[in-house]
Structures are given as structure tokens and as C-alpha cells.
Ligand binder design. Structure first.
Ligand code: TXA
Ligand code: MG
Length: 327
């Protein structure tokens, strides 16, 4: 049993005094999950630079698929270390941060953000929350913190520490108490990665307020080539190579993505987790797919992956990659 497993099974609620903030920040730096208040909803946080910690978010939530997660930072300067800002992004950051606005921007490869946070994409969602407890935690942690809402998958977002305990009690080691959430609704998500800004999720910062600063915003709409539901933004990472699931032998010209003890190795072989640990496998998934794709193999053969726990989200992503492509 690892330290991280040992931390499961018991949830401690920390008061947001100096000692509580210090302990929560230390836990994040040690790769543990911490639920914390923001002005929108409580978030389930992990060090965004630690892929195994981020995989723990999916395990705790029981989320069946990998969607990109929002990276929380204490101020705009920290956000600029994670993402590339243009004039529009700076204008919106100056107007609405700290506050309930998430900007999707090109990610900076040197920021060390885990591929799992961005679900393999070259973009990253960043925000500077306004809640004082969140701001003190982020400043003390000194790391960007990935955090979706702190609820079990399929349940509503929590707006009190009690809600978090009802959903995730026993599944996360620490909850930082911060009272009720002022906004009670997730942040507005705006995609600024193309010339036309696109509203990906409406929220407390209304689209008219954004348009006052940067001009017309695409509100989504009936264009079928642009699905709008979260996690389906038409921007999922997919390898160029074909993906063949439940593979036994590796064929001519194929690369191999394996899992668990497997003696096969070589330039076209990657093992998601030789120990058979699904958290480690999730943390490696996108980087390994990318590396195998870069070998020029026409097909990536994937050994059978166990379908329980985090294995479901891993398989979901692999099945999407294996599905026939349009065009
Ligand atoms: O209010 C909030 O935003 C809360 C609190 C905890 O900050 N967080 C939250 O996170 O709602 P989450 O993971 O439940 O929602 C993230 C949303 C999803 O709709 C996701 O698809 C979108 O942001 N998103 C994040 N990064 C993205 C990216 N690189 N590209 C496109 N969409 C992205
Ligand atoms: Mg959510």
C-alpha cells in the first residue's frame, strides 16, 4: 500500500487558519488531494505538475472519462507562466481576475503541467479564483492546482464543505473549510485559442460583459461541427496512427502500448505501468500515445486494460482514439 492509498479512507476537515492552510498546501505538494472552496463551487485539487496526483482526481470522482481540467493559480503573473496570453487575454484577466472566468489558451510546454490536466491537448484552461481561502492556499502551495468540482461523477457541484464530505468523504484526505460559495455556479469558460473567441461554458461572468472588452464572442450555436458539451469540444487529442485495442501480438510496422509486467521493450514500446497501477497508467497515457505516434508506426497496438476504476477512463480515451475517423 502506498502513502497515497493510506491517506484514503479517512477525511479530515481543516479550518482555514494559518495552520490549516499550511497543512493543505503541504499535502498538495506531497501529491495528495485537497478539496478547497472557491467563489464558484468547491474544487478537488491536485498539484497540476504531478500526473499521478491528477489521476487521483479521476479515481476519487469516479469520472469515466478524461476531460481537460482547470488550472488554478494565485494571480495573472502565475497564469502567464502556464499559458501564452495575447492582448485579449490580458484585457479580460485585468477586468475579471480574481473571479469566475476561465480562459482556454495555448499551453506553455515548459510549465510542467501534466498531460492529463490538458487531456493531451496543446491548450490549457486557467483561472485565478477570488475566494480568499483559495487564494491563500494557492499562494502557499506555490504550484498550479488542477481542480474540477469536488463531487462524485454525475452528482451536482458542492457549495459547502458538508456537500464535499457527503460525496467524497473517505475518498479524499483533506477538505479545507471555507463556508458557502458566493457564486454557487461554475466559472464561465472562454476559448481564446483562435481569432474568434468561443464561449465553452456560460457562467457568472456573462457573455455581454466579455464582449464589452473584446468584441463579439461566438456563443456556440447550431453548427454541428462544433459540439459544445463539456469534454466534447471537438478538441480531444487523438493520435495520427490507428489504435488497435485488446491486442496480443504486435504486427509488422506496429507500435505497442502495454500495461503490467511485460518483457517486451524497444523504441516502439511503452509501458503505461509495469507495476500494473492504474493511477500511474493514467498519468502516462497521453505522453505515451504521443511518443508512440511520433515513431511513425501506422498502428498502435494496445494490450487489454482492466475495465474497473480508472481503467474505465483510460479505456474510454483509447476507444475514442480507436474509433473510425471522419475525413
Ligand atoms: O468554477 C469552476 O470552474 C470550478 C472551480 C473548482 O474552479 N471548476 C470546474 O472545473 O468547474 P471542471 O473540471 O468541472 O470544468 C472544466 C471545464 C470543462 O467544461 C472543460 O471541458 C473546460 O473547462 N476546459 C478546461 N480546459 C480546457 C481546454 N484546454 N480546452 C477546452 N475546454 C477546457
Ligand atoms: Mg463538475
Amino acid at each position: 500500500m502506498t502513502d497515497r492509498d493510506a491517506a484514503q479512507g479517512r477525511t479530515e476537515v481543516l479550518e482555514p487558519d494559518e495552520d490549516g492552510i499550511r497543512r493543505a498546501a503541504a499535502a498538495l505538494r506531497a501529491g495528495l488531494l485537497v478539496a478547497f472552496p472557491t467563489e464558484t463551487v468547491y474544487g478537488l485539487g491536485a498539484d497540476a505538475t504531478d500526473g499521478v496526483a491528477v489521476a487521483g482526481i479521476y479515481a476519487a470522482k469516479g469520472r469515466p472519462s478524461f476531460n481537460p481540467l482547470i488550472v488554478h493559480v494565485p494571480d495573472a503573473a502565475a497564469a502567464e507562466r502556464v499559458a501564452s496570453f495575447d492582448g485579449r487575454a490580458r484585457e479580460l484577466a485585468a477586468a475579471f481576475w480574481p473571479g469566475p472566468l476561465t480562459l482556454v489558451l495555448p499551453r506553455r510546454p515548459d510549465a510542467g503541467i501534466s498531460d492529463l490536466v490538458c487531456a493531451g491537448l496543446e491548450t490549457v484552461g486557467v483561472r485565478v479564483p477570488r475566494h480568499t481561502v483559495a487564494r491563500r492556499l494557492l499562494a502557499a502551495a506555490g504550484r498550479p492546482v488542477a481542480a474540477p468540482s469536488a463531487n462524485r461523477s454525475g452528482r451536482v457541484s458542492p457549495t459547502t464543505a458538508r456537500h464535499v464530505l457527503d460525496d467524497l468523504g473517505g475518498r479524499v484526505p483533506l477538505v479545507l473549510e471555507g463556508g458557502g460559495c458566493e457564486v454557487g455556479l461554475e466559472s464561465t469558460v472562454l476559448d481564446l485559442t483562435s481569432s474568434r473567441p468561443v464561449l465553452l461554458r456560460p457562467g457568472a461572468v456573462v457573455v455581454e460583459a466579455l464582449e464589452e472588452r473584446i468584441g463579439p464572442v461566438d456563443r456556440g450555436g447550431p453548427d454541428p461541427s462544433r459540439p459544445r458539451s463539456p469534454g466534447q469540444i471537438g478538441s480531444h487529442y487523438a493520435p495520427r496512427a490507428r489504435v488497435r485495442l485488446d491486442a496480443g501480438e504486435v504486427g509488422e510496422g506496429e507500435a505497442l502500448l502495454t500495461f503490467g509486467p511485460d518483457p517486451r521493450e524497444g523504441p516502439r514500446v511503452r509501458n503505461l505501468s509495469p507495476a500494473g497501477d492504474l493511477r500511474e497508467a493514467a498519468a502516462h497515457l497521453f505522453a505515451h500515445l504521443r511518443e508512440l505516434d511520433a515513431t511513425g508506426a501506422h498502428t498502435i497496438a494496445v494490450v487489454p486494460i482492466p475495465g474497473e476504476g480508472l481503467g474505465r477512463a483510460i479505456l474510454d480515451r483509447l476507444r475514442r482514439a480507436a474509433a473510425p475517423r471522419e475525413g
